[in-house]
Design a protein around this ligand. Structure first.
Ligand code: GLC
Ligand code: CA
Length: 581
């Protein structure tokens, strides 16, 4: 099947000659985007109100965080019903209207499907609990405990607690990769797979253009459940037995065949961690017919200690270059990744890769140039286009609403007796709430997000960082994003072209330079990732080409010839994008 977007099937104005890989995806974290009715929670009608803004940004697709009915303990990643919209977000009619409004403007809608687990409040789990003889019992994964009332094995969930929870009534444990209220579905049961396919088809019939498939590589587990030797790891110990598991490729192929291949032009973004280059090739090489792309998680975890994601380690530019080399150069050229630097699960990129204190605007701009000139399909998190920062105003555990951080606090402080201050410091630095504070539209008290009391605190820096302020300022972060997005759409070399880091600068811990090339079109990108001025020394071969090249985007137009010299000094967070041929 050709993945070319076909005007006859898709919405009328979707760009028909565009390869799906060239999409630029905007992540809308619905709860925090725009509240239309003053209850403090973002909603679907709120998105409809901002449709002009989304269109002007230039993105080609919008990915909505989960909107299905849910008790919202993990904000929609705990689904109670795959066929209805959570009432706080709106109705099915609102959804249809939003889809139509996006399509009218040629923007695709990507939904989130959470196929690995449901909420314990889902009807299937309720039936499974109520009666071990019910057919729904086998929709989940149950095992008897070990000796002396211990869980069936020593694996931990991604929250760090045991991956098994005891059900007294049946004297058995159920398995959960995430929180105890998110039991894993048993993908080895064909009924389960059929039910999930039915749900996806329901939304595809409405005309959605794709899915982000949550935790796509954990669907198949090693059902021998051997103990793991990775006992030092706090979160996800044992994941080698449940990621990229024994039947995962079979299941993804089946899902593609029974669901996605029935709808032309639909594309799938698989969320996956702990994947090697070979894994990603298996998941995304077109002839294997599994997923279209894997979202590359590594850059956003660059500061995380592997054994405990709440502990931070310093990062260096050479580490970032290594990550990019692996996914943009070493990966088979027909395999594909989605590129992002932040999303709703991490901190904001300007606060870790940039400098949100002394060089916020400059570093946010440099990062926009970086993200928009990398190979892959970029995913931009709402607010990134404004240079929104982490929530440095969080100062107590009450400010934290997301479950992973709260579970870590509970585990380390209440169970292991660690100093509350130490743990709090780790959480306040990293909680997923940082990227979930409301969008900053204006400097008004509700930031233009709500007229009521917002569900999560609004960053007080809304008075300096907001969309209204940046709208008409040609030098704003927002207007640079718009420009970079346009440039990327006009030049497929920037999405599809090869990625070649400049080898002479491989070890440079401040300057990042790479060439993108496709069908004779060549681009050179030079970025200063440092908070201070740095010397750049480009190799002679590039200097020769540069003499006649135009600087298409640069920090300062008056300095656009700067890099044409043998040695030159770049200001903090300078960015230069040259078209070489
Ligand atoms: C993914 C989501 C995250 C969620 C988890 C469990 O990692 O991005 O927000 O908590 O899956 O569904
Ligand atoms: Ca609302």
């Amino acid at each position: 099947m050709s993945k070319q977007l076909d005007a006859a099937h898709g919405p009328k104005q979707l760009q028909s000659d565009m390869d799906w890989k060239e999409n630029i995806v905007y992540e809308i974290y619905v709860r925090s985007f725009n509240d239309s009715n003053g209850d403090g929670v973002g909603d679907l009608r709120g998105i409809i109100q901002k449709i002009d803004y989304i269109e002007q940004l230039g993105v080609t697709a919008v990915w909505l965080s989960p909107i299905f009915d849910s008790p919202n303990r993990d904000y929609g990643y705990d689904v109670r019903d795959y066929f209805s919209i959570h009432p706080e977000y709106g109705t099915l009619d609102d959804f249809d209207e939003l889809l139509e409004a996006l399509h009218e403007r040629g923007i695709r809608l990507v939904m989130e499907i959470v196929p690995n687990h449901t909420s314990t409040e889902h009807r299937w789990f309720q039936e499974a609990l109520a009666s071990p003889d019910s057919p729904y019992r086998d929709y989940y994964i149950w095992r008897p405990g070990g000796e002396e009332g211990s869980p069936p094995n020593n694996w931990t969930s991604f929250l760090g607690d045991p991956a098994w929870t005891y059900d007294e009534a049946s004297d058995q444990y159920y398995f959960h990769t995430y929180a105890e209220h998110q039991p894993d579905l048993n993908w080895d049961n064909p009924q389960v797979r059929e039910e999930l396919y039915r749900a996806m088809i329901f939304w595809l019939e409405k005309g959605v253009d794709g899915f982000r498939v949550d935790t796509a590589n954990v669907l198949s587990k090693n059902k021998d459940f051997p103990d793991t030797d990775e006992t030092r790891r706090i979160q996800g110990s044992g994941e080698k037995f449940y990621k990229n598991g024994p039947r995962i490729h079979e299941y993804l192929r089946e899902m593609r065949e029974k669901v996605f291949d029935r709808y032309p032009d639909v594309f799938t973004l698989g969320e996956s961690s702990q994947v090697t280059v070979e894994d990603v090739e298996k998941y995304t090489l077109p002839q294997r017919k599994e997923l279209d792309l894997i979202l590359m998680i590594e850059a956003s975890k660059i500061c995380d200690e592997p054994d405990d994601m709440w502990r931070s380690k310093p990062w260096k530019l050479s580490m970032l270059k290594d990550i990019m080399r692996k996914w943009l150069k070493d990966l088979h050229e027909d395999a594909w990744i989605g590129m992002y630097l932040s999303n709703h699960d991490h901190v904001r990129m300007v606060s870790y890769l940039g400098d949100d204190e002394h060089h916020r605007e400059e570093s946010a701009k440099m990062l926009s140039v970086f993200l928009m000139t990398l190979r892959g399909t970029p995913n931009l998190l709402q607010g990134e286009e404004l240079g929104m920062t982490d929530a440095h105003f969080f100062n107590s555990i009450e400010d934290i609403k997301e479950q992973q951080a709260l579970a870590y606090y509970d585990l380390m402080v209440n169970e292991r007796g660690m100093e509350p201050e130490t743990i709090l410091r780790r959480i306040l630095g990293k909680a997923r709430d940082h990227t979930r504070t409301p969008m900053q539209w204006t400097s008004e008290p509700g930031a233009g997000f709500t007229t009521g009391a917002p569900w999560q605190r609004i960053n007080p820096n809304k008075s300096e960082i907001n969309a209204a302020l940046q709208e008409d300022d040609p030098a704003s972060v927002l207007n640079l994003y718009r420009r970079m997005i346009r440039l990327r759409r006009e030049h497929p070399a920037l999405s599809l072209g090869s990625y070649e880091p400049v080898p002479e600068l491989d070890d440079d811990e401040h300057i990042y330079a790479y060439v993108r090339e496709r069908q004779g079109e060549r681009w050179l990108i030079v970025l200063n990732f440092s908070t201070s001025p740095r010397q750049a020394r480009l190799p002679q071969s590039l200097l020769a080409d540069l003499q006649t090249a135009d600087c298409v985007v640069c920090t300062d137009e008056h300095r656009s010839d700067l890099l044409k010299k043998d040695v030159t000094e770049l200001a903090p967070y300078d960015y230069y994008v040259y078209r070489l041929s």
